[in-house]
Design a protein around this ligand. Structure first.
Ligand SMILES: [Zn+2]
Ligand SMILES: [Zn+2]
Length: 360
């Protein structure tokens, strides 16, 4: 059945710190009866992929296919897969989950004993022509015809992260004031998701004017350029010294975490979304005295089906998060563009299966 040509594929392979290549790689095969093989039609690059590329995620071995965001067509399913079928168009969740362990049963699949963040981390990922998705019934969501690939791929990671770790953990409510620190793709996804709950004010803080302007168009009521380091002070001034009900950290630095500590109001929530490589200075005495709730969370993907409903009914402007589009053979250019975001005015990049030269 198998000819030599269909045993290999092209994939973006991590070859060690600061080295990636678009090259031939063995095509994935079903390993478990709960697996599916998906032919990727669109993928995207996450900030986490850049951390891996720079060697900051030592668990990722050389030879690994990167990527945990993707949309595609189901090519093959194992004998125990019941809810997705060959030919279905699907979005792949960043989180793999068995659905049966104690973490899964507590609605915390990010800590699934047999899953969690595996794709593009401990198993081969989505930046390839084909990917093997374990526990396919849980990790894949069948797409309705009206949802384009490029908006669906925002459901793999960026939108559920903003919604679950920022908006839900931060308890955004109608009429509340929110500050989002960081206007990168996940910060902007958080901005979109926050508006599902009609907060009265949303302050968006960054040092990049282009990203802030995009944020203004996407619904931020105040944009705050923090390049002089006075962002917290200005938010306090704009809120008559009270601060905001919800402060959401979407960068992962001690400095940006500190802005959240400075602006969160009494009784407020501080939701940390950013991935912190180092320690932060926690002003616990101040937060305690102000009844502040501090939350941390990995994305679970438990909101993906709901967010897909919103996309289907055009209630979420997911494509606004996309700044660049590339064809798969140009994926190294896509990485370069994503890696130098300020220079290229990059938000999310979408990489589609297809030929070179149809760059939009
Ligand atoms: Zn991601
Ligand atoms: Zn599980």
């Amino acid at each position: 059945m198998h000819t030599e040509s269909n045993r290999t594929m092209k994939a973006l392979v991590y070859e060690g710190p600061n080295r990636i290549a678009w090259k031939d790689h063995p095509r994935p095969r079903l390993q478990e009866p709960t697996d599916a093989i998906v032919r990727i039609t669109a993928t995207s690059i996450c900030g986490t992929d850049l951390h891996i590329l720079h060697g900051d995620v030592p668990a990722v071995d050389a030879g690994r296919v990167l990527g945990h965001e993707g949309v595609g067509i189901v090519e093959e399913v194992g004998a125990m897969v019941t809810d997705v079928h060959v030919g279905d168009r699907v979005v792949i969740s960043v989180i793999t989950s068995c659905g049966r362990c104690s973490a899964c049963k507590r609605q915390m699949p990010s800590h699934c004993r047999h899953g969690g963040w595996l794709l593009g981390n401990s198993i081969d990922g989505t930046q390839a022509e084909f990917v093997r998705v374990p526990f396919a019934d849980n990790g894949l969501h069948v797409l309705p015809p009206g949802v384009p690939d490029e908006s669906a791929v925002m459901l793999s990671c960026a939108l559920p992260t903003g919604y679950e770790c920022g908006v839900c953990s931060g308890n955004v409510q109608p009429g509340k004031s929110v500050a989002i620190i960081g206007a990168g793709p996940v910060g902007l996804a958080t901005l979109l998701a926050a508006q599902l709950f009609s907060p009265a004010e949303i302050f968006l803080v960054d040092h990049d004017d282009n990203r802030l302007e995009t944020g203004r168009l996407l619904g931020a009521t105040q944009i705050v350029n923090n390049s002089k380091g006075d962002g917290a002070e200005r938010i306090r001034a704009m809120t008559e010294g009270m601060g905001v009900d919800v402060a959401i950290e979407v960068v992962g630095l001690s400095e940006t975490f500190d802005i959240c500590q400075s602006v969160v109001a009494a009784g407020g929530h501080l939701a940390n979304v950013g991935v912190h490589a180092g320690a932060v200075s926690l002003r616990l005495g101040q937060l305690w005295a102000a009844n502040v709730t501090l939350t941390t969370r990995l994305v679970d993907g438990t909101s993906t089906a709901m967010l897909l409903k919103l996309l289907e009914n055009r209630k979420l402007a997911a494509t606004e998060l996309i700044s660049h589009r590339f064809a798969m053979p140009e994926i190294l250019v896509a990485y370069e563009t994503f890696g130098r975001a300020a220079e290229h005015r990059t938000l999310k990049v979408v990489v589609r299966a297809g030929e070179e030269g149809d760059l939009v």
